[in-house]
Design a protein around this ligand. Structure first.
Ligand code: SAM
Length: 229
């Protein structure tokens, strides 16, 4: 099985020998890839919906991998017992859903050593949640696939250093390592924020709101960061 650049980058962040839980696995591409390459010998593939659960199960069984990849249907970390997995991947979902998954089973979350998260939106919320909840960001990557940029965040337990608020948006390690796609990433954040502000500009109520001021402040901070590159 050949993975796309996004899933391949996620796979590269899974330590060899780990027991990995892929939450929201869909076709189980990630666990199948890692197990067939002998990077890991055991994985749990969970999905909340029956359709993806079934396609994961079929994909695993058709490759005779059922002993190594346990496919389970359920909401978030409910498919795991505490200590069962040391790495959890939650990829391809919104940031709020990821946070919901991490907060709803705290006894499981705390037993995981490494989280690998790939929020489709609201990555800043995810980074802030990680920092507040004593997860330290250890790796961050940007991947361009099919004309879209994806942010991937790996975190381990530990007190995180104070982060300048704008770096929740950008990604502290993407900034400090000057990731090759950093400029494009910040330009996209700016363009998105300008779009939101211009949509709000049509309503007096919106223009007078706290959110509008907050977004304008964030835009200025992002523009300042871009000017530093
Ligand atoms: C867009 S797919 C991403 C698949 C794969 N993780 C990837 O990144 O390519 C999102 C999957 O997450 C599942 N999902 C959404 N919310 C979930 C939850 N709370 N618990 C488990 N699975 C969930 C969906 O059913 C869907 O199969």
């Amino acid at each position: 099985m050949k993975l796309g650049e996004r899933l391949k980058t996620i796979a590269d962040m899974v330590p060899a020998g780990a027991t990995m839980a892929d939450i929201g696995t869909d076709h189980a591409y990630l666990p199948i890839y890692l197990v067939t390459r002998n990077v890991i010998s055991r994985a749990i593939a969970g999905d909340i919906h029956y359709g993806p659960y079934l396609s994961a199960k079929n994909a695993v069984e058709s490759r005779q991998l059922a002993e190594q990849v346990s496919v389970r249907q359920g909401n978030g970390l409910e498919v795991l017992s505490p200590g069962e997995a040391d790495v959890a991947v939650i990829a391809g979902m919104g940031g709020a859903n990821i946070i919901d998954i991490l907060t709803s089973r705290p006894e499981v979350t705390i037993s995981i050593k490494r989280l690998i998260l790939q929020p489709m939106i609201a990555a800043a919320l995810v980074r802030e949640w990680l920092c507040i909840n004593n997860w330290h960001i250890v790796d961050e990557q940007l991947v361009e696939e099919d004309g879209r940029l994806y942010q991937i965040i790996a975190a381990e337990q530990g007190i995180s250093r104070q982060v300048e608020p704008v770096l929740y948006e950008i990604g502290p390690l993407l900034w400090h390592t000057r990731h090759p796609l950093l400029k494009q990433h910040i330009e996209e954040l700016i363009s998105h924020l300008r779009g939101v502000l211009s949509a709000m500009a049509g309503s007096t109520e919106a223009v007078n709101s706290v959110k509008y001021r907050e977004f304008n402040g964030k835009l200025k901070e992002l523009e300042d960061k871009l000017a530093c590159l």
